[in-house]
Design a binder for this molecule. Sequence first.
Ligand code: ZN
Length: 263
Amino acid sequence: MKAEFTLKKMPVASGEPVQYFMDLGTDFLQVNNLIGREIHLEHTGYECLACGSDEPVYARGFCKKCFFEAPQAAPWFIHPEQSRAHLGEEDRDLAYEQRIQLAPHVVYLAKTSGIKVGVTRRANLPDRWIDQGADEALVVLETPNRYLAGITEVALKAHITDKTQWKGMLSARVAPDDLQAVWAGLRDFVPDETRLYIVSSTKVQRFTYPVQNYPPQFKAVKLDKDKRISGRLAGIKGQYLIFDDGRVFNVRNHEGYRVLLKV
Ligand SMILES: [Zn+2]
């Protein structure tokens, strides 16, 4: 098989294990089927996720112009507490911001490399957890907009991380902590303004990933450095392709890169 396409975050589907796909533009490739096989990736160019330009990707799949101007590249994606659509205030495109920011959001705890707090639109679940390689996740608040979820996350971040350490996430070891117990210790730190959105009863969700064998050590590879990357695929977790020699390729960090894939 041979296909040239623009890399995007791999679409996922729930399952035991999770199912991963590669969006080829015209078709979807089932990446789980490639586990155990030799794959070759070659960098052939760029395509900005917003404007389609072939300028080099500046960050997050966007060319430099779009990174600083396109509504889908705005800083409130990374910093939900900077959301302003609930006040009717425009950042880059108010209609776009209202559509995303005023949708129902959740604050969650996820077990990745350790236990982290995060925010996402409710419609993004469970994909968001799978993208982060979470072994377990728990919804703790449901809010009517992104701002309220964001200020809750900021308050909880004083007590728990909001980051995933990728090497820890990719190790086979699952952190022993109990999510419900961690939440019991955190709920007093939810701000008064958002306490009414605490979810009264919620269940821990668990995920298993298609990994044949976890290499003992990991080394990240990037298409900026190596124009060609080849190896035998040992598994997939989060948005990482794991090669059997311990090299790992973060698909999400290569959004907007044109590649030629040979299997
Ligand atoms: Zn662009």
